[in-house]
Design a protein around this ligand. Structure first.
Ligand SMILES: [Zn+2]
Length: 595
């Protein structure tokens, strides 16, 4: 995934997330005392722990004999069903039980859906060695700085030339792939039965004549004994080939050249390759570059440190000096192209940015796609910018954004080059995985040689002849990260949050005479997000009557009064009554005061 990375490297809500490590106040954990089986003798076991029911929290386990290799440790951003949650991370219960067998963790590239969970789970896995390329390593280490209480990570740098022994029976080697971030690699895990291949996120670029570029690694790999290909499904529903990043570059260059005033670009901070390209275009046109947004600045810093590009001495300038330069000499690159609340672009649109005020001759370029769910905030962003007279160019008007994930023809090409015996689609919702499985079948892989994971935590085993899921599964339920800690599915908390977000809250404050058990005065009612009290006088009247009746019936023969019992009864009856009247289920909170 290349989107959703406009927060700090590694956290969309930095201040809240940082609190986690400080407080260390974990949710109560469910204990899984269960021990897990070993891979059957002579069989390779593959477990997608995360990433096969969603886009995000990617993690795959490859196991043979006494050796385990973990590939990727990503996080997923919250969805509607998980209100109030910052991230969802893979469930590592299985690995925790077998942590002495983990020979290493390989990280394919620096995007959050592949590296994001490391700070939350590495300790629980016994802090195994992490293998990553130069840039990925720098991103992992930079992010770990936000977790001062976390362990010191052991990150070994790898290149596509590396080969690493992983215990007695496994080894890993790597191959270069094309994605939207430099230094992305594919992984080959060598097992006694053949290679398990995990390209991670990739796309295949075509040259001007329509020929695929940089495919030698895949072609060479295709000559080996390839047991299983685990292939991503993000764009499997898209026909043909994805747009080339070269086209994006050409269009940006044309738009930059034609712009008369300032250029302000909003994009994903994770699009490091494109940001570097924009810097180069700016240099050629003599524009100064102003980077705004924490994650964007951090990524540029890392790219500079690693000399992924070497800017001329005076290319980059601090944002507070943007007004010192004539408009035709200014390029600002900002976070917040998804309309995120406090990101740079939104502050500009809302006239809250300290240094950038929109001028009529500004050209604003939104070099990004719309991540589903963000339609409204992006519309808002565009409207507010347009009201101030700026000219806006977005990805539907011009080809100024390309996905970093292969479309169906590229995916087919990969399968044909690798020529695996078995195929497992990963990274996506079930329908996407199924579509990817069908696609693999269309390239000639027999149906019985394809396993489409039904859910995270499925154990798939192969003896080299056949491949199939076992009857056993490993824990895969949600592990949440929020401002308070890391924890199992906190069903109660989550249900409460869901209820509050859907139907609001209904608080009843009742004063009871401790002697007589009678209700004193009329009960007070506070309602939020449920019904508008002023327009619901009838319901309120009936509710008050029901409260009085319920309390007095219950307390009539009760000495002393059992407050908890009355509360429970009150909650049940009022909730039922409100549901009958409104078909909604607000959270009912009775407060009883004895006097
Ligand atoms: Zn990615």
């Amino acid at each position: 995934m290349e989107g959703r990375q406009t927060g700090k490297i590694g956290s969309s809500r930095p201040t809240r997330t940082r609190r986690i490590e400080r407080t260390k106040r974990d949710y109560p954990q469910k204990t899984f005392k269960k021990s897990y089986s070993k891979a059957a003798e002579g069989k390779v076991r593959i477990i997608p722990i995360g990433g096969v029911e969603e886009i995000g929290r990617n993690m795959t386990v490859v196991e043979y004999g006494d050796d385990i290799v973990v590939v990727d440790a990503g996080l997923q951003f919250p969805e509607e069903e998980t209100p109030g949650i910052d991230f969802i991370i893979p469930n590592t219960k299985y690995l925790e039980a077998k942590k002495d067998k983990i020979r290493g963790m390989i990280i394919s590239h620096g995007h959050l859906d592949h590296v994001g969970a490391i700070p939350y789970l590495i300790d629980k896995l016994g802090n195994p060695t992490i293998y990553a390329t130069k840039l990925t390593k720098a991103i992992i280490l930079k992010r770990q700085e936000e977790f001062p209480h976390g362990p010191k990570l052991d990150v070994q740098e790898i290149t596509s030339e590396s080969r690493i022994k992983m215990g007695k029976s496994l080894a890993a080697k790597f191959f270069d792939i094309t994605h939207t971030i430099p230094d992305a690699i594919g992984t080959v895990i060598e097992t006694p039965l053949g290679n398990v291949i995990y390209p991670g996120d990739f796309k295949i670029e075509l040259d001007a004549k329509g020929n695929p570029e940089n495919i030698e690694p895949y072609v060479n790999l295709g000559k080996e004994k390839n047991l299983v290909l685990l292939m991503e499904s993000t764009n499997v529903e898209m026909p043909g080939f994805s747009m080339s990043e070269k086209t994006v570059r050409e269009n940006l260059e044309r738009i930059f050249t034609a712009a008369k005033g300032r250029i302000i670009v909003g994009t994903f901070s994770s699009q490091i390759e494109r940001i570097i390209e924009m810097l180069k275009i700016a240099e050629s046109l003599g524009r100064k570059v102003f980077i705004d947004g924490y994650s964007m600045k951090t990524n540029i810093e890392i790219a500079k440190e690693l000399k992924l590009f070497v800017p001329k001495k005076d290319t980059l300038a601090s944002i507070d000096r943007i007004d010192d330069y004539p408009p035709e000499k200014v390029l600002a690159i900002c976070t917040g192209a998804q309309g995120e609340k406090n990101a740079s672009m939104m502050r500009i649109a809302n006239k809250k940015h300290k240094y950038i005020k929109i001028r009529p001759d500004d050209t604003i370029i939104l070099s990004s796609s719309i991540i589903p769910g963000n339609e409204k905030s992006i519309q808002n962003l565009k409207d507010n910018l347009a009201r101030q007279g700026a000219r806006i160019i977005h990805n539907k008007m011009e080809d100024i954004h390309a996905s970093g994930h292969a479309y169906s023809e590229e995916l087919k090409m990969m399968i044909k080059m690798i020529k695996p015996k078995f195929f497992i689609p990963v990274h996506g919702h079930y329908f996407m995985l199924k579509t990817n499985a069908d696609l693999a079948e269309s390239t000639g892989i027999p149906k019985e040689n394809i396993v489409t994971p039904m859910a995270n935590g499925i154990i798939i085993e192969t003896d080299g002849e056949k491949i199939q899921p076992t009857k056993e599964t490993v824990p895969a339920n949600y592990v949440m990260v929020d401002g308070l800690g890391v924890g199992d599915v906190q069903e109660v908390v989550l249900r409460d949050r869901q209820m509050l977000s859907q139907d609001g809250i209904f608080v009843i404050i009742t004063v009871i005479d401790a002697q007589s058990g009678k209700v004193r005065n009329s009960p007070d009612i506070i309602s939020r997000g449920f019904i508008y009290l002023r327009e619901s006088q009838d319901i309120l009247k009936q509710t008050r009557y029901l409260i009085k009746k319920t309390v007095e019936e219950a307390t009539g023969k009760m000495h002393p009064v059992n407050i908890d019992y009355v509360k429970t009864l009150l909650r049940e009856r009022i909730a039922k009554f409100l549901f009958q009247k409104t078909k909604r289920r607000p959270m009912v909170l009775p407060v009883l005061i004895e006097v």
